[in-house]
Design a protein around this ligand. Structure first.
Ligand code: NAD
Length: 484
């Protein structure tokens, strides 16, 4: 796949898509390849005026789209799935070019991202409701669901395809129209997906795209527009807080997929080899830049030496390099700032008493950070408090289950957690005690379009995927019917 050609064909200088029309802007912004820092594309920089036009289009398209039959919407979404799968190599090239993740990770993301269209093509025809008899008997109640209206979608850079499709698919299945703002680091994949949606038969105006460097201006414009009835955001907890405050002004229905700080627990009788294999996936997918990434490893004292030896050998053997090399397993971080932040976190942890137990080799040019295993980490170490969002695995030793659970839950986050245990009863007991929306039990992956993805505490509000993912884009309405 010739990535430069693929990017050129996107015509990103006209990368604002409103009412099915590609539009340019007075200014453009640059997208960089994180492996080299080189500019790979110039993209139209959407303004508040473009944001407003996008809502105009979505608002105009809404009544028609909401009225299509569920079967029509289902058939279109299914076509999107088929087209995305057929286009896997092009989408993989775009994700690699702008996000930097390895080809294997990017290809897996395309499959995962496409699955949301297949799943919601199947859910689109299952708008359920209820029929009830009032307690006094004089009325019948009918509960139904209808699309909430124009939805504003805001997505991060770490999964340029999947974070967009996880929102677009349920919104369209429910009958909503959308305005989407991708992250400025990764607008190209979203632009390609907009083209696929159109090719699959999504009518003009149903999906509108506004790439921009003025995230605050564009999103504030949407949140203050009476025609926007829904906000679905994926990103950091800090920005989520800001947007929730803005949404409060007009009581906009808000779904928030925010940051995480996942504990990864290994018990005394766990299958240590399986735990190491799970740890590699849970920690290093996308170079650790996942909201579900294992952030803190709590390993029982009786198996910690075996775990660290095996995990360390795997970490040291990781091939770190640009996505252009198909043998690379770990790419660079998304930006120079991110690379500096993660490198500084390693240095601070070491200054705090941690030991580098294993480290891979990494290129010195580009925004790379060497995958690193840290041991001797104290339970209250600073590196455990925040999302690392990079390829660093700190290991803490535990002995007492009550203390372990206190440590694991001692965070404002509550997105994902992982438990490896020999006895399923122990794993479930631990999982039930964890304040996490998703728990991988003897598995290092929790993402699955058929399941309710989301977090507790300050990791978010609402869920994506599963049946509930479509409900997030619906209003519940009931009719009270006189029966006497
Ligand atoms: P971010 O919060 O900086 O940005 C997310 C999106 O919000 C981007 O599109 C960005 O342009 C936009 N944005 C930034 N400031 C804004 C503002 N003031 N007003 C309106 N929009 C604004 O997050 P990021 O660095 O792109 O992504 C990493 C974060 O996302 C991590 O915290 C990660 O855990 C989280 N994340 C969560 C999930 C989940 O499902 N819970 C999934 C992926 C990533």
């Amino acid at each position: 796949m010739n990535t430069q050609k693929v990017i050129a064909e996107l015509d990103a200088k006209h990368g604002i898509v409103i009412d099915g029309q590609a539009r340019g802007a007075a200014n453009t912004f640059e997208v960089h390849d994180p492996a080299t820092g080189r500019t790979v594309a110039e993209v139209a920089d959407g303004t508040a005026a473009a944001a407003r036009s996008a809502v105009d289009a979505a608002h105009r398209a809404f009544p028609g789209w909401a009225k299509t039959s569920p079967r029509q919407r289902s058939d279109i979404l299914r076509r999107v799935f088929d087209l995305m799968i057929a286009d896997t190599e092009r989408l993989t090239a775009l994700i690699c070019a702008e996000n930097g993740k390895s080809q294997a990770d990017a290809r897996a993301e395309v499959g995962y991202a496409a699955e949301f269209f297949r799943w919601f093509s199947e859910e689109a025809v299952r708008t359920d409701g209820a029929y009830g008899v009032s307690p006094a008997g004089g009325t019948r109640t009918v509960v139904t669901h209808k699309p909430v209206g124009v939805a504003a979608l805001v997505t991060p850079w770490n999964f340029p395809a999947a974070m967009a499709t996880r929102k677009i698919a349920p919104a369209l299945a429910a009958g909503c129209t959308v305005v989407l703002k991708p992250a400025a680091e990764t607008p190209l994949t979203a632009l390609a997906i907009a083209g696929i949606l159109s090719a699959a038969g999504v009518p003009d105006g149903v999906v509108n795209l506004v790439p921009t460097t003025d995230a605050a201006g564009v999103v504030e414009n949407w949140l203050s527009d009476d025609r926007v009835r829904k906000m679905s955001f994926t990103g950091s907890t800090g920005v989520g807080r800001v947007l929730l405050k803005q949404a409060a002004e007009r009581i906009v229905n808000a779904s928030m997929e925010l940051g995480g700080n996942a504990p990864f627990i290994v018990t005394a009788d766990a299958d240590v080899d399986a735990a190491i294999a799970g740890a590699m996936v849970a920690k290093f997918r996308g170079g650790g830049q996942a909201c579900t990434a294992a952030n803190r490893f709590y390993v029982h004292a009786s198996v910690v030496d075996e775990f660290v030896a095996g995990f360390g050998a795997e970490v040291s053997a990781l091939r770190v390099g640009p996505a252009s090399d198909s043998a690379s397993q770990i790419g660079p971080l998304v930006s120079e700032r991110a690379a500096q932040r993660v490198a500084a976190a390693i240095d601070a942890a070491v200054a705090d008493g941690a030991v580098v137990a294993a480290q891979a080799q990494a290129p010195t040019a580009g925004w790379f950070v060497a995958p690193t295993l840290l041991t001797g980490v104290a339970p209250d170490a600073a590196i455990l408090a925040d999302e690392i969002f990079g390829p660093v695995a700190p290991v803490v030793v535990w002995n007492d289950e009550d203390e372990l659970l206190r440590w694991a839950n001692d965070t404002e986050y509550g997105l994902a957690a992982y438990v490896y245990a020999g006895r399923l009863q122990d794993a479930v007991r631990l999982a039930e005690a964890l304040d996490a929306g998703m728990v991988g039990i003897n598995r290092g992956v929790v993402s699955d379009p058929s399941t309710p993805f989301g977090g507790m505490k300050q990791s978010g509000l609402g869920r994506e995927g599963a049946r509930i993912g479509m409900h997030e884009f619906q209003e519940t309405q009931y009719f009270s019917v006189a029966f006497d």
